[in-house]
Write a protein that binds this ligand. Structure first.
Ligand SMILES: Cc1cc2nc3c(=O)[nH]c(=O)nc-3n(C[C@H](O)[C@H](O)[C@H](O)COP(=O)(O)OP(=O)(O)OC[C@H]3O[C@@H](n4cnc5c(N)ncnc54)[C@H](O)[C@@H]3O)c2cc1C
Length: 495
């Protein structure tokens, strides 16, 4: 145990993780900490990571970040969910939206009422009862009073890091450009004492945040935290990314299009579109993935396609000694539900909640690692669900996904929903009931029964109930402006 007080924080890495950590630490504890961020222009950042989830809105509120300025600076657009195309089967689509669907009864979720409505021929699509989903389909968006619309952002990742740098430096963050070539540790405790740059400069610290990306220079290469590999559940291990010109108005949702050996993303920004193919290298070569991606983008390409290799999983220890892995350095599930930036934010908030100002305690380390692992395992299950529950059997990749063994926790959720229509959210889980329901229905699970409380409503009453929700959704959506027009008026980028 180290009883030295923690004053000098060194952030190694200036990607999204490094700068989010710098922004939150300097805003919250800048007055008592001495924060240095090291980034290497020569190495650069991973350069992807442009779709977010609604928790980023909260993160920005905590930091007092002005949304209009942020959006204009990152060429941002709004995101209401993700369209999953060809996932359940070829030619079949659904949207996982950020909204609530319908109205729950305290004993039973809305899905039970909807299921009976379907059986009786009284209900439309599940998504007809969700504001965000209908708005996404009609490409409409506006802020509504009292947070009635849940949204996230599409952002340019490079511009986001620059924006956060401008935010953090006035709050005292010292930025050092240079490549870390050596990490020095204490001969007995093994704690990191300093990092040395290629210029010869040595930067000492009390606490080190490893934000160096997949390489995990401190947490793995120096402290050997270990890695838990999840590729047997998440077979995709590669991506190829390319940017293209916009060809039309920006839509307010991410597109995820299932392909023969993986899936393709499309993320609309104000000035361009981010595209990529995530794939499993056992079933398709890098060259073929690149060709398939280029055959399936719209608009002129603005960059050379770039291949990125990854290994889905997590560090066995996210916090080890006086070093915490944040961002890709702490693991990577895969980008399907845009959860990585959220996990950066969670790591930073967790650190702030248990900041070891008077010295590092093992109990803090254990708690931090336990919370992080639980959170990651939940997200992993949710993502595995998309791959496993599919009717697709048309390629070796999809046959593998459909046949693979899945975590017992996920099996249980699927069985429970299939047999009873029920979903329960454990405390601190990221994805709420409505997310699980949208994806499980979307991927083709049909529950065998609905809750008996539904039978208290006769057909006429059930029809009025469903119709009432649908017409409120329709009326609200009809009043929203087009997303493109709203972006132009609310947060148009300067160039
Ligand atoms: C294909 C793909 C798609 C993704 N899509 C999404 C998405 O849509 N949404 C989402 O939330 N997340 C997504 N992610 C994850 C997201 O990209 C990352 O979580 C995010 O960019 C944070 O990266 P990072 O800062 O941890 O690492 P990086 O961006 O790799 O930054 C590492 C930093 O460390 C520095 N560095 C490294 N070594 C040294 C050294 N020796 N000396 C000095 N500096 C060093 C680098 O210069 C850089 O500044 C995606 C990831 C991939 C691979």
């Amino acid at each position: 145990m180290n009883s030295n007080s923690i004053k000098r924080v060194v952030i190694a890495g200036g990607g999204t993780a490094g700068w989010m950590a710098a922004a939150a630490l300097s805003k919250t504890l800048g007055g008592v900490l001495d924060i240095t961020l090291i980034e290497s222009d020569e190495i650069g950042t991973v350069g992807v990571g442009e779709a977010t989830i609604p928790t980023l809105v909260t993160f920005h509120r905590l930091l007092d970040i002005n949304e209009q300025k942020f959006m204009a600076a990152v060429q941002g657009t709004f995101k209401l969910g993700i369209a999953f195309e060809n996932w359940r089967d070829r030619g079949e689509d659904y949207i996982h939206s950020f909204g609530m669907t319908g109205q729950d009864h305290w004993t039973a979720g809305f899905q039970h009422f909807w299921m009976k409505g379907r059986e009786r021929g009284l209900a439309g699509d599940f998504g007809d009862y969700c504001l965000e989903l209908k708005a996404a389909l009609e490409s409409r968006f506006a802020h509504l009073p009292s947070g009635q619309i849940n949204y996230a952002f599409h952002i340019d990742a490079t511009l986001y890091a620059k924006f956060l740098r401008k935010f953090s430096e006035p709050l005292g963050v010292k930025r050092v450009e240079g490549k870390i070539v050596e990490v020095r540790t204490h001969s007995e405790s093994g704690f990191i004492e300093s990092v040395r740059l290629d210029s010869g400069q040595e930067i000492p610290g009390d606490l080190f945040l490893d934000c160096t990306g997949f390489r995990g220079l401190l947490v793995e290469q120096t402290l050997h935290a270990g890695y838990e590999d999840w590729s047997h559940w998440l077979p995709c291990d590669s991506a190829v990314a390319v940017q293209t010109e916009s060809t039309g108005d920006a839509i307010p949702y991410t597109r995820s299009i299932a392909r023969d050996s993986g899936w393709q993303w499309r993320i609309p920004l104000q000035h361009r579109v981010g595209n990529g193919m995530v794939y499993c290298s056992r079933y398709i070569s890098d060259e073929q993935a690149r060709t398939d991606l280029l055959a399936n983008v719209e608009g002129r390409t603005l960059t050379e396609p770039r291949v990125i290799k990854f290994r889905p999983g997590q560090r066995r220890k996210h916090w080890i000694k006086n070093c915490i892995g944040v961002g890709l350095a702490s693991g990577f599930i895969e980008p399907l539900e845009s959860t990585s930036i959220h996990l950066i934010q969670r790591a930073v908030i967790r650190l702030l909640q248990m900041f070891p100002l008077t010295g590092i305690r093992q109990s803090d380390i254990d708690e931090f690692n336990q919370q992080t692992t639980t959170e990651l395992q939940h997200i992993k299950d949710f993502i595995v669900l998309h791959y496993h529950v599919t009717r697709r059997r048309d390629t070796p990749f999809w046959r593998y996904c459909a046949g693979m063994e899945i975590p017992a926790t996920l099996s249980h959720r699927i069985d429970l929903f299939r047999e009873t229509g029920r979903v329960f959210r454990a405390p601190n889980e990221l994805f709420a009931e409505n997310s699980w329901i949208q994806v499980m229905l979307g991927q083709g699970i049909v529950p065998e029964q609905y809750h008996p409380v539904v039978n208290l409503m006769g057909d006429a009453e059930l029809s009025r109930f469903l119709q009432g929700i649908k017409s409120t959704v329709d009326k609200t959506v009809a009043q929203l402006p087009k997303h493109q027009a709203y972006v132009e008026q609310y947060c148009k980028a300067m160039d």
